[in-house]
Design a protein around this ligand. Structure first.
Ligand SMILES: Nc1ncnc2c1ncn2[C@@H]1O[C@H](COP(=O)(O)OP(=O)(O)OP(=O)(O)O)[C@@H](O)[C@H]1O
Ligand SMILES: [Mg+2]
Length: 406
């Protein structure tokens, strides 16, 4: 950069050289993005982990307020949010130019069409990417394990989504979705704190509620999923005062900065995750989701599916969740609802070679390093001719005379 030039008035050519620098020594690596409702994982194909996992939010240039990317009212607002957020990903974290680059987007098969279409518009029309390859998170997660058949349950932030995959094909009619995941656990913890902590602390909590980052930190570091027998005893004691509740775990003193702290009662630490196991209005929990999905699959696939359960998403990292799920499944098997329909004995969980919150990203990174993205990507030229992204939920792509891309 020539002398005396400020960063604001920097020479664009010099900036391009700076960002393209890494390309002089290697071929342009494919970028892999998994933009979740709470956290975004981004990095390069062929690498063993994402370069960063950051909250899916950005600072509004006009007001300086931090906004969540998927808090939008109109498609235009979503477009602008994504423009600002993708800029941060490329120019602050990945340090490469997006122009003429190949990108793999890891997405949920159930994500709203408006979000994937707007993302494609941002990537092709605004950032002029060379190609975009959208891969379903449940399927690519299995690339990390090299198993063709599994029951993949993603417990992320907004919802838990389960899709069985049989011989690398998602069994879409058997999918299950539950609107309870990390966010619901945080809301439950907040309620428990407000009702159970010490009186003087309750007063402070009402005057100045804890920020969501603090609630999340207490959840991740201080709460755990309790055993089924303890949960049942606690539930019974709440309904019937004559039943004595088990002794709660020790309380936790959580510092809030300065001299302030909050005492998290043992019962709140133990009960925060119970929302995931309580039956909702449709009589569903994360355990019934698994059995209901298996029931909807062909009979010959049921045992392999029960023996190949893959949990992905940040909330599935909660302490004790796998063990509790195992107990819940065994307990449900002998209930009248399932005993005559399912002849299963064991449920086995896989341990993927990465933390659960970025298993799907890793699957995308494996796929991005293979030749299959050449075949499966939508190219910029094709998108310019027909600005549409193939979508299984869109009949124009799934009828015999469907629009074909060159
Ligand atoms: N070690 C942990 N224990 C418990 N919860 C965790 C842990 N690590 C992350 N989480 C929680 O996982 C959630 C984020 O998970 P993830 O990154 O899979 O969500 P996302 O992909 O952004 O959401 P979605 O898939 O719903 O769009 C947050 O609620 C976070 O608090
Ligand atoms: Mg996710």
């Amino acid at each position: 950069m020539s002398e005396g030039k400020t960063a604001k008035g920097a020479d664009p050519a010099a900036f391009r050289m700076l960002y393209e620098g890494r390309n002089l020594i290697s071929e342009r690596p494919v970028v892999v993005l998994d933009i979740g409702k709470a956290y975004t994982k981004c990095g390069f194909a062929g690498e063993s982990g994402p370069r960063c996992i950051i909250p899916t939010e950005f600072q509004c240039k006009a007001t300086g307020i931090t906004l969540k990317v998927f808090d939008y009212k109109t498609p235009d607002q979503l477009f602008q949010n994504l423009v600002d957020f993708v800029h941060i990903l490329f120019f602050k974290y990945l340090l490469v130019t997006p122009k003429d680059r190949k990108v793999v987007i890891v997405e949920s098969l159930l994500s709203p069409s408006i979000e994937r279409d707007t993302l494609a518009k941002v990537l092709f029309n605004y950032y002029e990417l060379a190609s975009v390859c959208l891969v379903p998170s449940h399927m690519v997660s299995l690339y990390t394990l090299a198993v063709p058949t599994a029951l993949v349950l993603d417990i992320g932030y907004k919802e838990a989504i389960l899709i069985p995959v049989v011989e690398n094909t998602p069994v879409l009619h058997a999918y299950q979705a539950l609107a309870f995941a990390g966010e619901a656990v945080e809301n439950n913890l907040k309620k428990l704190l407000e009702s159970q902590c010490k009186e003087e602390e309750q007063f402070y909590l009402k005057a100045k509620p804890l920020p969501s980052s603090t609630i999340e930190d207490i959840k991740v570091r201080g709460c755990f999923v309790t055993r089924l027998d303890r949960a049942q005893m606690i539930q019974a004691s709440l309904k019937e005062p004559s039943v004595t509740a088990p002794k709660p775990p020790p309380e936790l003193v959580y510092p809030l900065g300065g001299e302030r702290s909050i005492t998290v009662p043992g019962t709140a630490r133990e009960l925060a995750y119970e929302v995931l196991f309580e039956l909702d209005n449709d009589l569903m929990s994360i355990a019934t989701m698994i059995l209901d999905a298996i029931l909807k699959c062909p009979v010959d696939t049921r045992v392999p599916l029960a023996e190949n359960i893959v949990l992905i998403g940040g909330t599935s990292m909660a302490l004790g969740l796998k063990a509790r799920l195992q107990q819940e499944l065994q307990d449900l098997l002998v209930t009248p609802q399932y005993i005559k329909k399912l002849a299963l004995k064991t449920f086995c969980f896989h341990s993927p070679p990465a933390k659960e919150n970025y298993v799907a990203w890793l699957g995308g990174a494996i796929m991005g390093a293979t030749n299959s993205i050449v075949k499966r990507s939508v190219l910029k030229e094709d998108y310019q001719k027909l600005p549409k992204i193939p979508d299984w939920a869109d009949l124009s792509f799934n009828c015999q005379d469907s629009t074909k891309r060159g």
